[in-house]
Design a protein around this ligand. Structure first.
Ligand SMILES: [Fe+2]
Length: 390
């Protein structure tokens, strides 16, 4: 029998080559004053950026433009919100990577309420957000976080008292997600690699999560098949391979849906703690720790072949296998090696490149949650996972 489960609402989704052209009509259907958020590289350097601005101007839209240079902090969100509270913005549009999506989601939610975002962040503030917001359209230019599908915005404060926490409400699911793989052709290889590993991690963690359900399982497995087929091709041939970009865009979109409904695992537990204390990009943490965390996960479950997570790890191992093996344990071993191989091929930087040192390990282990990981790793295993990537 199928266990009971729940599935909540998704944004309206426009997916496919050229769908960016639908933006002006989608915006004017809501309002004429737009706050446009983009990443640190000028919108003019962004693939199709000029075209997007021109399209909005042609539709007689009044445009304000703000730049999100890093993973959004409370002060960056507060600053932009303060500037635009009461100026009549009717639509917020985010065109960029995960940081821009999260910033857009947070800003659209904070403009109509009083105070600082800090007061509303889970585990940081005391206030409950009423869910009022300005309509929000998400248009990703990377294939990674899947933030265009979720109801939470991740906000980071880096430092001794650092955190990575969410502003969350079911109303914060974007009204519309426009996912055009042509927008991703200009995404640099390094970012393609780290954001692609984020999507890969999100799919695998939600697939084996203790909170998985039949709908997330179906999407996660399809997403993982896209990752196997297209992640390396998107990294190597990203500028011209629209098929690979399209496959990765689908995988990232699915990963956003599955993480929102099934939760994540220990790699993302590390991403919260590491990302709070140290300025390391989210995708780099995921890309670094995926292989060692899942090697230990497989080792800890190896004697439980009937465990649902183990069954799924066997399925995934077979998806990623380059050869036929006789025994399931051989597939699992090959998958462990494959994860290391993918990490190396994608040239995911080591954590030490961002100043992470061995002496920080115990503090990180202490502050890391397993989230919905299917098995507990010992402190030694957790330390080892970090040590292997210094
Ligand atoms: Fe992630």
């Amino acid at each position: 029998m199928i266990d009971s489960f729940q599935f909540s609402s998704l944004p309206e989704i426009m997916f496919g080559k050229g769908k960016r052209n639908a933006l002006p009509a989608a915006v004017t259907a809501i309002g004429n004053k737009v706050l446009l958020l983009t990443g640190s590289s000028s919108i003019h350097n962004l693939g199709h950026g000029e075209e997007i601005i021109l399209g909005l101007k042609k539709a007689n839209v009044e445009l304000c433009h703000e730049v999100i240079a890093h993973e959004p902090s409370p002060s960056v969100v507060d600053q932009i919100v303060k500037k635009h509270r009461g100026d009549g913005v009717q639509v917020v549009v985010a065109v960029g990577g995960g940081s821009v999506m999260d910033a857009g989601k947070a800003i659209s939610a904070m403009i109509p309420v009083e105070g600082s975002i800090r007061q509303y962040l889970e585990g940081v503030g005391e206030k409950e957000h009423p869910g009022t917001k300005i309509p929000f359209i998400a248009m990703p230019t990377t294939s990674g976080t899947g933030s265009e599908m979720t109801k939470n915005a991740v906000i980071s404060e880096v430092g001794e008292q650092g955190f990575k926490k969410s502003l969350r409400h079911r109303n914060f699911v974007p009204e519309l997600a426009i996912i055009d793989p042509e927008m991703m052709l200009s995404c640099p290889a390094r970012l393609t690699a780290s954001s692609g590993m984020d999507a890969f991690t999100q799919l695998l963690e939600s697939y084996v999560s203790t909170r998985a359900n039949p709908m997330t399982d179906a999407l996660a497995l399809q997403g993982l098949k896209q990752i196997k087929k297209y992640l390396l091709r998107a990294f190597l041939e990203g500028e011209q391979n629209l098929e690979a970009r399209s496959g990765m865009a689908l995988a990232a979109m699915f990963s956003g849906i599955t993480l929102a409904h099934a939760g994540l695992g220990l790699v993302h537990g590390f991403a919260s703690s590491l990302g709070g204390f140290h300025d390391i990009p989210h995708g780099v943490v995921c890309g670094s720790l995926m292989a060692p965390v899942f090697a230990h996960t497989i080792d800890n479950l190896i004697d439980q072949p009937d465990d649902p997570a183990m069954q799924k790890l066997i399925i995934v191992s077979k998806v990623f296998a380059d050869f036929k093996y006789k025994k399931e344990v051989e597939y699992l071993q090959a998958f462990k090696e494959k994860l290391i191989h993918i990490t190396n091929l994608l040239e995911i930087p080591r954590l030490s490149e961002f100043g992470f040192k061995e002496e920080f390990i115990s503090k990180i282990v202490e502050n890391t949650s397993h989230k919905s990981h299917p098995v507990i790793l010992t402190e030694e295993q957790m330390s080892d996972a970090l040590k292997r990537r210094i």
